[in-house]
Design a binder for this molecule. Structure first.
Ligand code: SF4
Length: 314
C-alpha cells in the first residue's frame, strides 16, 4: 500500500530500491541540513552545513505518521531513515527507532554519511538497527575535502574510526557505500586508501556507486563501466557494483502512473527536482528516483539554467 502523499510530511514511498526492495523512506531532517556538501548530492547544495544535533523534526510528529501508516495496513520490505539531509543529526532518532521496533516486524535501515558515528551517543542510538548503510567516499583528507566538502571539525580519520566502531557495535549488518566521481576520488592511490579503510571497518558488503542521479555540481561525472570494474577489483572481494542500473518500475501500477505523471509534467515545462516534488506532492527523493529512471530510458534530459539543473522531456 502506498501512502496518500498529502497525508504525510515525513514519510515517502515505499519506493522500489535495488538494495532494499520496497523501502518506506522516513525523512527526519529538513531540506537540506547535512554535515557534508557532497559534489554529487542528488538534492543540490547543502543549505545548513552543520554537525549540531537537534530535534530538527520532532520525533512525536514522525511517530504519529508512522502510527497512521501502520494502522492503515502499510507494508514495506524496509523502513529506512534517510531523506533530505543527514538523519543522525536528529537528536531524537532513538525514539523513532524504538517506536518502529515495538510496533512492527518490518526491518529498519539507516542511510548515513557516517560523520556522526564517532559520537558514542549516536552509536548507542543506532546500534539496534537491522541494517546500517554508511558512506565512505574517501580515505584521505584531500579527497574527502574534494568530494564531500565537510563541515568544520570533521576529518577522514574520525569518519573511518566512527564507522568501524559502529560496525562492531551494531546488531545488524553494515553495508559500506562508496560513491565514486570521475577524476575526483577514483585514483588508484585513493582506492588503495579506501581499501585499507575497508579492511579496518570489516563491513559485511562494500557497494560501489557512481553519479547516476542529478548531481549538485554539473561537473560531477560518472565512472564508465570499465572504470567501475577496475575500482571493484582494487577495493577487494567484498565489493560489488550497484550502479548504474536504473530502478525498475515495471509491474507496479502506482509507480508506473507516477512515472508517467513526472514525464507529462516535464513535457509541459522544464522543472527542477523540487518543482516536480511540489507539483506532484511527492518527496524530492522520490521525484529523483523517477527522473533517474526516465534519464536511463532517454525519455528526459538535463539542462543547466541559472545555476540549477532542470529536466525536460525529450
Ligand atoms: S549526498 Fe548525503 S551526505 Fe552528501 S550532501 Fe547529500 S545528503 Fe548530505
Amino acid at each position: 500500500m502506498n501512502p496518500d502523499h498529502t497525508q504525510y510530511t515525513h514519510l515517502f514511498g515505499p519506493v522500489p530500491s535495488r538494495r532494499l526492495g520496497r523501502s518506506l523512506g522516513v525523512d527526519i531532517v529538513p531540506f537540506k541540513v547535512c554535515s557534508l556538501n557532497c559534489i554529487y548530492c542528488q538534492l543540490g547544495p547543502t543549505t545548513t552545513l552543520t554537525t549540531q544535533r537537534r530535534p530538527y523534526v520532532a520525533a512525536a510528529d514522525v511517530i504519529d505518521e508512522l502510527r497512521r501508516w501502520l494502522d492503515g495496513g502499510g507494508s514495506a520490505d524496509y523502513i529506512t531513515l534517510s531523506g533530505s539531509g543527514e538523519p543522525t543529526l536528529n537528536s531524537e532518532l532513538d525514539q523513532i527507532i524504538e517506536f518502529v521496533q515495538q510496533h512492527t516486524e518490518i526491518p529498519m535501515a539507516l542511510l548515513t554519511n557516517g560523520t556522526l558515528l564517532g559520537d558514542p551517543q549516536v552509536r548507542a542510538q543506532v546500534s539496534g538497527l537491522d541494517l546500517l548503510i554508511p558512506s565512505l567516499d574517501a580515505a584521505t583528507d584531500a579527497a574527502f575535502a574534494r568530494v564531500n566538502r565537510p563541515a568544520e571539525g570533521l576529518d577522514v580519520e574520525g569518519l573511518i574510526e566512527g564507522i568501524a566502531a559502529a560496525r562492531e557495535q551494531c546488531a545488524g549488518q553494515t553495508w559500506l557505500e562508496v560513491m565514486l566521481v570521475q577524476g575526483i576520488n577514483d585514483s588508484d592511490e585513493e582506492l588503495s586508501a579506501i581499501r585499507r579503510a575497508v579492511e579496518r571497518i570489516q563491513p559485511h558488503r562494500v557497494q560501489i556507486n557512481t553519479v547516476v542521479r542529478p548531481p549538485a555540481e554539473p561537473d560531477a561525472r560518472a565512472l564508465s563501466p570499465a572504470e567501475l570494474a577496475h575500482a571493484r577489483d582494487l577495493l577487494g572481494p567484498l565489493t560489488e557494483i550497484v550502479a548504474p542500473l536504473p530502478e525498475d518500475y515495471s509491474g507496479d501500477l502506482y509507480h508506473q502512473q507516477t512515472s508517467e505523471a513526472v514525464h507529462d509534467l516535464l513535457r509541459r515545462r522544464p522543472c527542477t527536482i523540487n518543482d516536480i516534488a511540489l507539483g506532484l506532492s511527492i518527496h524530492p527523493n522520490e521525484a529523483t528516483k523517477y527522473v533517474q529512471a526516465l534519464l536511463a530510458e532517454d525519455r528526459v534530459e538535463p539542462l543547466q539554467k541559472a545555476g540549477s539543473v532542470y529536466y525536460k522531456a525529450v
